[in-house]
Design a protein around this ligand. Structure first.
Ligand SMILES: C[S@@+](CC[C@H](N)C(=O)[O-])C[C@H]1O[C@@H](n2cnc3c(N)ncnc32)[C@H](O)[C@@H]1O
Length: 277
């Protein structure tokens, strides 16, 4: 059994423990919508008061989180099917275990996260020969020359952009669009009402208040992402599917009824022109 590790994180890096805990909570269920044994093992190895801080896992919130993760897995798997030796760049990857869920044995994986998170990830999930972890802010273009573009590039920003101010989100999209011709970016966003509550500190749950999330985007606004840079060629909505129980029954409705559908969390894929400008 690998050793346990005491973990102390604050602010946005701590949110990676919340997403990990929700994934593991879902994965522990017999009827899980996401298979993630590595997440379960990590939660068992990390010495941190998960339940005290975040409340119980394995319910509605965990399933919702897992359905979001499944949207990213689906997009990355699709990319790997088309570009088996491509590079997957995971911005703000935290303790995501996507590599262990869907790696194809040939792709290159680059994690970009803040120094404290990269140190923790290196301890808990030592990188294999096709994985690299880089301590660098996603908003600092210094990570871009580290990406091998030879066999195609897919960038993911899962659970990251909402924590950045809107001008930094636009600048990040624009710099990726110019740096990776023919590449794509998969990102998720929270609706404006949720961002407002987070900024006001009104999302307190079980003694935990998540950090402010200054970037919110309603689903109906996603076309605006195209204006970040002329090299953004297309914008596509990725819809969750396959939920269980009440959530599974309500999801198709929530995606179809305009006032709800326009104000829901979203996963979006941006593709970049082959020849920018
Ligand atoms: C909500 S967690 C998401 C982790 C993971 N992607 C997931 O979905 O489980 C946010 C992550 O973003 C990272 N982060 C925050 N600001 C960042 C920045 N400027 N550049 C890179 N990573 C950042 C945090 O360290 C943390 O790992």
């Amino acid at each position: 059994m690998p050793r346990t590790l005491a973990v102390e994180l604050a602010d946005v890096p701590e949110t990676a423990l919340w997403t990990l805990y929700q994934r593991a909570g879902e994965a522990r269920r017999a009827d899980a919508v996401l298979h993630d044994p590595q997440a379960v093992e990590l939660v068992d190895r990390i010495d941190y008061p998960f339940a005290e801080r975040f409340g119980p896992a394995g319910g509605f919130q965990s399933q919702l989180q897992a359905l979001r993760v499944a949207c990213f897995d689906c997009e990355v798997s699709d990319f790997l099917a088309r570009h088996p030796r491509g590079t997957v760049v995971c911005l703000g990857e935290g303790l995501e275990t996507q590599y262990w869920r869907i790696d194809n044995g040939r792709a290159q994986w680059l994690t970009v996260d803040l120094p404290e998170m990269v140190a923790l990830r290196t301890d808990l999930l030592p990188p294999g020969p096709r994985q690299r972890y880089l301590a660098c802010s996603a908003t600092d273009p210094a990570w871009q020359p580290e990406v091998d573009p030879a066999h195609g590039v897919l960038i993911t920003a899962q659970g990251l952009l909402m924590y950045l101010p809107p001008h930094q989100v636009r600048a990040l999209i624009a710099s990726c669009a110019r740096a990776f011709p023919g590449g794509s970016l998969v990102l998720d966003s929270i609706p404006r009402w949720f961002s407002r509550l987070a900024v006001q500190g009104k999302l307190r749950h079980h003694g935990y208040t998540p950090p402010p999330m200054p970037w919110g985007m309603d689903a109906g606004e996603r076309e605006k992402l195209r204006t970040a840079d002329p090299a953004v060629a297309s914008v596509r909505d990725v819809r969750p599917s396959g939920g269980r129980g009440m959530l599974g029954a309500l999801l198709p409705l929530a995606l179809a009824v305009p006032p709800i559908a326009e104000r829901r969390p979203t996963v979006t894929v941006l593709t970049f022109d082959q020849q920018p400008g």
